[in-house]
Design a protein. Structure first.
Length: 333
């Protein structure tokens, strides 16, 4: 029989676990049609997600919905938005829940909610741009959300997707011990935060480096359970690669310190090769759309959208085809 003292210890331990349960802030019930109004994406649960658009000067040839990376927010696409708008392509970017000026800052909304918000964005952008082809582009976490959408039931039709350093975790590079520690921390101390200090980054444009260093809307303190949510999303994205059924452009940089080359190589082998174009930048950082010479990536995306090969591939010292690089012995090993 369990003694009273031991029972109290068990109850106390159980209470501690319950008190420290991971926090998830999913969307509420659907009560309206998604729309864009007053500088916001109004989701189907009536939540307002801050949004900026960069409209083309004339009737747009296409529209891009852009999703930001982890800790960032929609202003990450200011340079890209201006560049594409000047070339006949409108761009929309919104703050994903838990980031920037969106609700529940710092808390994880869950993959299902993030995918649902992207569905809502596509509905709202189509309503504002009838008869215009819509493409999706995302960096890191944003790319992972796009991949998860492609594998969800009845994904909305889009003309193509651009995956920039997608947050994926191939099964060959997962760390079971690290995952076990993260799971334990998520249960016992989900609210613990790690401070991320952003130093000046010479590989990024001056605008991007200053924003990531100084902008108060960039998330600085990352909760354990929020990071665990990102890892879960990355696993979903990895599995989702084989379900992608639209033209896809995958961009990755050799100097990426956040996503492993092996993970990206694993993901690209799962995407239907007849639908896939890739660019592997020999000197590219993680945030390719914000790198010092980001117009290289913009030009490659615009060329791909027009049905022509990305210009960077013309010089092998600058960039190469990712599948060909992934097949080299030092990657396979």
């Amino acid at each position: 029989m369990v003694s009273v003292a031991r029972l109290f210890v068990c109850i106390a331990a159980l209470s501690a676990v319950v008190a420290c349960a991971p926090v998830l802030k999913p969307a509420g019930p659907a009560i309206r049609t998604p729309a864009i109004a007053d500088g916001n994406l109004i989701a189907r649960d009536n939540e307002r997600l801050p949004l900026t658009s960069w409209p083309a000067r004339q009737s747009p040839d296409a529209v891009i919905i852009a999703l930001h990376s982890f800790r960032d927010y929609h202003k990450a696409y200011d340079e890209l938005g201006r560049w594409f708008a000047a070339r006949g392509v409108s761009v929309y970017a919104y703050d994903q829940r838990g980031f920037g000026g969106a609700p529940n800052r710092g808390l994880w909304a869950g993959t299902e909610t993030m995918v649902g918000d992207l569905r809502d964005a596509i509905i709202a952008v189509r309503a504002a741009n009838p008869d215009t082809r819509v493409l999706l582009a995302g960096e890191s976490m944003g790319a992972a959300v796009i991949m998860a959408l492609m594998a969800s039931p009845n994904p909305p039709p889009v003309a193509g997707i651009v995956l920039v350093a997608p947050a994926v975790r191939g099964k060959l590079v997962r760390n079971p011990f690290g995952d076990a520690l993260l799971s334990l921390a998520t249960i016992t101390a989900p609210g613990n935060k790690t401070r991320v200090r952003q130093r000046p980054d010479p590989t990024l444009s001056a605008v991007a480096s200053a924003r990531l260093r100084d902008d108060p809307l960039v998330l600085r303190d990352v909760r354990v359970d929020t990071y665990a949510g990102l890892m879960a999303l990355a696993d979903v994205a990895s599995i989702s690669a084989s379900r992608i059924d639209v033209p896809s452009l995958l961009l990755f940089g050799a100097n990426d310190g956040s996503v492993t080359l092996a993970s990206v190589c694993d993901a690209q082998t799962r995407i239907r090769q007849s639908l896939l174009s890739t660019v592997f930048y020999a000197d590219g950082p993680h945030l390719l759309l914000q790198m010092l010479d980001n117009e290289r990536a913009f030009t490659d995306i615009k060329a791909w959208m027009s049905g022509t090969p990305p210009p960077s591939l013309e010089n092998e010292n600058v960039a190469t085809d990712l599948p060909r690089f992934c097949r080299t012995p030092h990657v396979a090993g």
